[in-house]
Design a protein around this ligand. Structure first.
Ligand code: R5P
Length: 312
């Protein structure tokens, strides 16, 4: 019904796109995504996509503006090349944290970006661990939001950590933390965090028992790592034992690596929704791949099968 499947990508994370294609057992589509001499983005789809079911893999992670524009221009090129259906695959959906008007005269970028993607010509969106589930409602096209929880839980289950407590580093993350706690058979605690500035977070209270517990902090994104490292300090002060973290999207903006290296974190598990630059060196970061899960979701979307069935 949807024609042959084809996968393309921009420059955000070509390795992930290759890995997804390997799982799908198809080659990555040929395209040029480069720059004109004035810096504008130059795109050319180098193969026929007429009538095909096309998936464009491109996280809108830093450099967010470049990656977003590459995604939009790729979608435009594919639409004009008569692709039958285009799914924007943003393993990390950036600009998501500005998702409400919580101060006067601020934008809602999560909605703006949703409009841009649909206007460019995407028929669907496939993403993972959206900053807030209700961002799905900002799109007037279908959205499939995947969860990294099973990937992380499989890893932790093998470690057989005793006296485990899952911690949400802020009130907004409680639902996510509860899903982890349920699957790991762990207790749940919540950090009451106040954001002082873009780079600074301050812990006000910890709700729940963390003394003598081994901790797994779960979150959707680690950016400057202020939330994570302030949380670790507060947990240690209250008698927590080993502290691990499972955070889906490793944005790792300055000074995240310095903060993590200087913290008492035992291990930070992240996924490859965002490629980590080689100069960001930290022995305690371990990357788990989402490629098999995205390949399975793409197959199901292509065959018009249930995607939610992946999470029961
Ligand atoms: C906040 O609501 C998010 O879930 C993350 O906790 C936050 O974005 C992390 O940012 P940073 O690492 O800069 O503290």
């Amino acid at each position: 019904m949807n024609g042959e499947i084809a996968v393309f990508c921009g420059n955000a994370n070509p390795k992930l796109a290759e890995d997804i294609c390997q799982n799908l057992r198809i080659p990555l589509g040929q395209s040029i995504v480069s720059r004109f001499s004035d810096g504008e983005i130059k795109v050319k789809i180098e193969e026929n996509v007429r009538g095909k079911d096309v998936f464009v893999i491109q996280s809108t992670c830093p450099p967010s503006n470049d990656n977003l524009m590459e995604l939009l221009i790729l979608i435009d090129a594919l639409k004009r090349a008569s692709a039958r259906r285009i799914t924007a695959v943003t393993p990390h959906y950036g600009y998501a944290r500005q998702d409400r008007k919580d101060q006067p005269r601020v934008p809602i970028t999560a909605k703006l970006v949703a409009d841009l993607i649909a206007t460019a010509g995407a028929n669907r969106l496939l993403t993972m661990d959206l900053h807030a589930e209700q961002i799905q409602g900002f799109f007037n096209i279908p959205v499939d939001n995947l969860y990294a929880v099973n990937i992380f839980v499989k890893y932790f289950s093998k470690m057989k950590i005793t006296d485990l407590c899952v911690v949400s580093p802020d009130v907004g993350g409680i639902k996510m933390a509860r899903a982890y706690a349920k699957r790991l058979g762990a207790e749940l605690a919540i950090v009451d965090k106040r954001r002082v500035s873009d780079k600074e977070a301050e812990v006000m209270h910890i709700i729940g028992k963390v003394r003598d517990k081994n901790i797994v902090i779960v979150d959707d994104v680690v950016s400057t790592a202020g939330t994570l490292t302030e949380g670790i300090i507060a947990l240690k002060e209250r008698g927590a034992r080993d502290v691990y973290a499972a955070i889906t999207h490793p944005v790792l903006a300055e000074p995240a690596i310095e903060r993590i290296n200087g913290s008492k974190l035992k291990e930070l598990l992240v996924t490859d929704t965002i490629a980590i630059d080689k100069d960001k060196k930290c022995d305690r970061i371990n990357v788990l791949s989402v490629a098999p899960l995205f390949a399975e979701a793409i197959t199901r979307i292509h065959r018009e099968e249930s995607v939610s069935a992946l999470f029961v």
